[in-house]
Design a protein around this ligand. Structure first.
Ligand SMILES: *Cc1c(COP(=O)(O)O)cnc(C)c1O
Length: 222
């Protein structure tokens, strides 16, 4: 239905504070639907599959979009991700961070990245456990070719609203605790958290970027 995406985006924008950036997550979303989002003023788009994203970037041909990569990055895709995305939310291991740092130097790029943390244990997700992240901070701080902006988290399914809020607050506190260590290259100014089902709690806990897919685009492709 024409206009429904614009309506949904405008409703969401009314609900979120101005300093919270809305990233439209467009995996499996059509080019037409993306254009409609663009026309309402959205300039931040997120994708989790490299090939799909590259195809859409070529089709859209819009120079003023900020592209965000949000999916797990296979080794052999890392270079293309750096070349085509200004933001990488899914840096989920020391090995990947090291590879991205090296490739970014070769490509003369400085991608803005998030460290993906599993704030609650979740065998189905990528990312650092909290204790592992603390152990790796010293090394991460040395990756000068990465502009480390903060933490990203995805919560496990099935939490109550109170548990959801708690987990996002724990993520915010972790970022603040890391900040207090004053690592030169770990700024922790952004928090990428909150999806369609849980973004109100994420914002309440201090999210600065929310990643919304279904609540904007569901039934847009039918
Ligand atoms: C798909 C996806 C989203 C958006 O999820 P919705 O529930 O559709 O809002 C956000 N973040 C990541 C990492 C995703 O893969």
């Amino acid at each position: 239905m024409t206009g429904s995406i614009a309506k949904k985006i405008n409703l969401i924008k009314q609900k979120i504070p101005q300093n919270v950036k809305l990233i439209a997550i467009t995996k499996q979303v059509s080019i037409e639907a993306m254009k409609e989002a663009y026309e309402t003023g959205v300039r931040d788009f997120g994708e989790n599959r490299l090939q799909e994203a590259l195809t859409k970037q070529q089709q859209l041909k819009l120079g003023d979009i900020n592209w965000h990569f949000i999916g797990h990055i296979q080794k052999n895709k890392a270079k293309k991700v750096i070349e085509n995305f200004a933001w990488i939310h899914s840096v989920d291991s020391l090995a990947l961070a090291q590879r991205l740092n090296r490739l970014a130097a070769e490509l003369n790029r400085v991608p803005k990245v998030f460290l993906q943390v599993k704030i609650l244990p979740d065998p189905n997700k990528y990312g650092w456990q909290v204790t592992e992240l603390w152990e790796d901070l010293e090394k991460l701080n040395q990756f000068n070719q990465l502009d480390i902006q903060g933490l990203m988290t995805i919560l496990p399914l099935g939490l109550s609203p109170a548990e959801t809020l708690n987990a996002f607050q724990a993520t915010q506190k972790l970022a603040a605790a890391i900040q207090e260590k004053n690592y030169a290259n770990l700024t922790m100014e952004q928090l990428s958290m909150g999806m369609s089902e849980d973004y109100p709690q994420a914002i309440a806990a201090g999210a600065t970027m929310i990643r919304l897919g279904r609540t904007i685009f569901s039934d847009a492709n039918s």
